[in-house]
Each structure stands twice: as structure tokens, then as C-alpha cells.
Design a protein around this ligand. Structure first.
Ligand code: CA
Length: 217
């Protein structure tokens, strides 16, 4: 999972990045709202750790803008102890959780895992107008009520699309995350998509030519 950290305090930013990297996450560190906005538009981060007071603006405005355009990626805000109103405003703006500085790095990891599980893992997703349901933690796919066997890589691909149901996931992002395969050269992704479609129905995944793929809600 890729995490985008927006934090302008160098010491804190460095220790958060180091700690989450050790915990197995890929962490990109942005030090300004402008930098974070650019990285979010690039499409890669799965989860955002958000400081609220940045030199070039407010993390809260960034969060509101994200939610305003339908970006549901999970956000954990990082606030100072005296910023209770910021914390409330953050939750109202659609943050998934918050941590009060100075926080324990082990707690940060635990909260990040909990938010990620809540957002991506512990969900059953119904798509294609109810014809297909995907139970991610149970690894159970049903098509018209009948169980369908999917491989680990097919699940990984679906999981990636399911993080943003109804939103387009760029193909570069899918290839980076799911990984290349030797068996079919440059068309590996198309091969996997077509296998999933054969199993779950063509309508489940929509192709946006030249852009990416979208899970049909
Ligand atoms: Ca700050």
C-alpha cells in the first residue's frame, strides 16, 4: 500500500516515513499542499496522512477539495494538541481518523492499518447492479449467487479497483501495484482483465481506452 505523507516538520516527517517504511508501506513525503495535490492527482497514493497547517496552505482545504471531487481515499489527520477545532473540522470534512502530536509511532502504524482495513479490507462490494458480489476478507466471489474461483492475482487486481469503485484507476498504477508477468509480455494486464471478465461477467470492469479501468458499481 502506498501512503502519501503531507508534513512540513522535517524531524517528524522523517521519523514517520522511516517507521512506516519499516512496517512495509511505501511512503512518499510531500512538504507542501502544492506538492501533495500534484501527487494525489498522479493517482498513486492509497492513503493520506495529513498535517493541517502547512507553509503554503491548509490541509483541511486539501481534504475538502478531495472529498468535493469524489476522492474517497482514506485520510488520517495529524494535529497538534491545542487544535481541537481543527480536529473536529477534519472529521467533518471526511477524515477517517486523527492522531494528536506528539504521537507514538507504533500507534500511527496501528491506526494506519485499522483505517486501511476498514476502507479496503473488511468490505463486501456489490457490483454490476448486484449480479456480482465480492467479499474481500473472505476471498469469496459470487456471480448470480454462485461461487466463482479467482486466483490471488485476480483478487489483487480487483482489490485495487475496489478501493475506488466507480473511479478510474490508471493502468500504470495497476501495473505497478499488481506487477508484470512474464507469460504475455506487454499485454499481461489485458489478459488478467479478460480472465476476470470471463469469470464474473464482461460488465464488471469497464475499460477507458488509453486511461485505465473502472469497477462498475
Ligand atoms: Ca505543520
Amino acid at each position: 500500500m502506498r501512503i502519501l505523507l503531507l508534513e512540513d516538520e522535517p524531524g517528524l516527517g522523517r521519523s514517520v516515513q522511516e517507521h512506516l517504511t519499516m512496517a512495509g508501506y511505501q511512503v512518499a513525503w510531500a512538504r507542501s499542499v502544492a506538492d501533495a495535490t500534484e501527487r494525489l492527482a498522479g493517482g498513486n497514493p492509497d492513503l493520506l496522512l495529513l498535517d493541517l497547517r502547512l507553509p503554503d496552505g491548509s490541509g483541511l482545504d486539501l481534504l475538502r477539495a478531495m472529498r468535493g471531487r469524489g476522492d474517497r481515499r482514506p485520510v488520517i489527520i495529524l494535529t497538534a494538541r491545542d487544535q481541537i477545532t481543527d480536529r473536529i473540522a477534519g472529521l467533518n470534512a471526511g477524515a477517517d481518523d486523527y492522531l494528536v502530536k506528539p504521537f507514538d509511532l507504533a500507534e500511527l502504524v496501528a491506526r494506519t492499518q485499522a483505517v486501511a482495513r476498514r476502507s479496503f479490507g473488511e468490505q463486501t462490494l456489490v457490483c454490476d447492479d448486484g449480479a456480482v458480489s465480492l467479499d474481500f476478507p473472505g476471498r469469496l466471489a459470487l456471480r448470480d449467487g454462485q461461487p466463482v474461483a479467482l486466483t490471488a492475482r485476480e483478487w489483487a487486481l480487483l482489490e485495487l479497483l475496489a478501493r475506488r469503485p466507480g473511479s478510474v484507476v490508471p493502468r500504470e498504477h495497476i501495473e505497478e501495484t499488481v506487477g508484470p508477468t512474464a507469460e504475455s509480455g506487454g499485454n499481461a494486464l489485458e489478459v488478467y482483465i479478460s480472465r476476470i471478465r470471463r469469470k464474473l461477467g464482461h460488465e464488471v470492469i469497464e475499460t477507458l481506452r488509453g486511461i485505465g479501468y473502472r469497477l462498475r458499481p
